[in-house]
Design a protein around this ligand. Structure first.
Ligand code: 5AD
Ligand code: SF4
Length: 397
């Protein structure tokens, strides 16, 4: 049989991009070659995202388009990995019949074995059987496997001086629209020594700027040798690494923006003046239905506190428009929040009901598509304009 040559296509968030690098390392360690262009590969892997329906549709259409290639090359193996695998389960094989490998985010460390099975024509499915109820143990194996991986992820990056480190996986927030708690499992924080060792190793390999990643990164909480660590401790610990110049973390949940964490922006000069802290909406009623755990007023107070501690900090947000029951007034409250806070940038998404989420089960998707589009373009135009105005202000940073 030909040697295994793998190509990985990644969709979705920064966590997925980092997982793609980790998967590549796991595969290289198993003797496979990771190639840059799909035609060179005999195994095509798609690391997928389920956060919005649009991302899923793109994956289905991209995989569907491979029919011709697969007929010409019967040995070609196609793998669908990540959040969509867990979200659809076995049904994925009906929706995407060309797929040979199905692998959930919690099972990525098993890929070398799955690829070997698929190339031998055998069944290759690795799902977490009872979804979230599988519990933390099921995910512990993944965490352990990935924590041990010697990363060379600086190679091939736009800037070899930049690196990402996952500090926590999963999410326990259960924002009602969000599929992440179902597919990525319960929240687990990596042991601090493992994170700090990885930081030192990456800096040793030439990294100067490090970004900590987690779905709700500021909910990082670990205990080691009788000491409790939160994100502020971890950031302060990493900042002691000589030769590390800049440090940042994404994504922060407003609820967990504590005074201790806000203070790192003042006390740790290596921390970059940048905070990605999604507001999602400016309406208290919508925020409550989203189960976000704060009001628009509380959100603004946290922004104000961070800005007092680090004047000029760039704060970015995500917004969802057209959430079930979002009235014209609710939407205006979001526009007002965006105007008052003056974000340095923001991602704006149209609400997309995700199967299995509380919002999809509880609420009717009642904002018409045309109205969602209208709100989306209006808010996007506003946040772009505000971002542009800020960039034209000379910055002393
Ligand atoms: N519909 C629309 N946007 C969503 N997001 C998460 N789930 C949904 C959904 N069901 C957005 C949120 C989150 C970002 C990663 O994606 O704004 O912060
Ligand atoms: Fe989803 Fe909310 Fe967790 Fe973010 S914090 S991953 S939006 S449940």
């Amino acid at each position: 049989m030909d040697p295994t040559r793998v190509h990985i296509t990644t969709y979705g968030c920064q966590m997925n991009r980092l997982d793609a690098d980790l998967v590549a390392e796991v595969l290289r360690a198993s003797g496979a070659e990771v190639v840059a262009a799909p035609p060179q590969a005999n195994v095509l892997l798609f690391l997928t995202c389920s956060v919005r329906g649009h991302a899923e549709d793109r994956v289905f259409s991209n995989i569907g388009a491979l029919g011709g290639r697969k007929r010409r090359r019967p040995g070609l193996v196609i793998g669908l990995l990540g959040c969509m695998a867990q979200q659809f389960g076995e049904e994925i094989r009906r929706r995407a019949p060309l797929v040979d490998i199905v692998c959930a985010p919690g099972r990525l460390a098993e890929l070398p074995d799955l690829i070997a099975r698929a190339r031998a024509g055998a069944e290759a499915t690795a799902l977490d059987p009872r979804r979230r109820q599988a519990g933390a143990e099921a995910f512990a194996a993944l965490d352990e496997a990935l924590d041990g991986v010697e990363v060379r992820r600086l190679l091939g990056r736009p800037s070899a001086r930049e690196a990402y480190v996952t500090v926590m996986r999963g999410c326990d927030n259960f924002c009602t629209y969000c599929v992440v708690p179902n597919v990525r499992g319960p929240e687990r924080s990596r042991p601090p020594h493992s994170v700090l060792e990885e930081v030192r190793r990456l800096v040793g390999q030439g990294a100067r700027r490090i970004t900590f990643l987690g779905q709700a990164v500021n909910q990082y909480a670990a205990e080691e040798d009788g000491r409790r660590w939160d994100l502020a401790d971890l950031v302060a610990g990493a900042a002691e690494t000589p030769d590390l110049a800049r440090l940042s973390f994404i994504t922060s949940h407003p609820r967990a923006m504590t005074e201790r964490l806000a203070a790192v922006f003042r006390d740790v000069p290596k921390v970059v003046p940048y905070l990605h802290m999604p507001a999602q909406s400016g309406s208290d009623a919508v925020l409550a239905r989203m189960n976000r755990g704060y009001t628009a007023g509380e959100y603004e107070q946290r922004v104000a506190r961070v800005r007092t501690l680090r004047p000029g900090i760039a704060i970015e947000s995500d917004f969802i428009v057209g959430f079930p029951g979002e009235t014209a007034e609710d939407f205006e409250a979001t526009v007002d929040l965006a105007r008052r806070v003056r974000f340095a940038g923001a991602f704006v998404f149209k609400y997309s009901p995700r199967p299995g989420t509380p919002a999809a089960e509880r609420y009717r998707d009642d904002v018409p598509a045309a109205e969602k589009r209208r709100r989306h373009s209006r808010l996007l135009a506003l946040v772009k304009e505000i971002a542009r105005e800020q960039r034209s202000v000379p910055s002393h940073l």
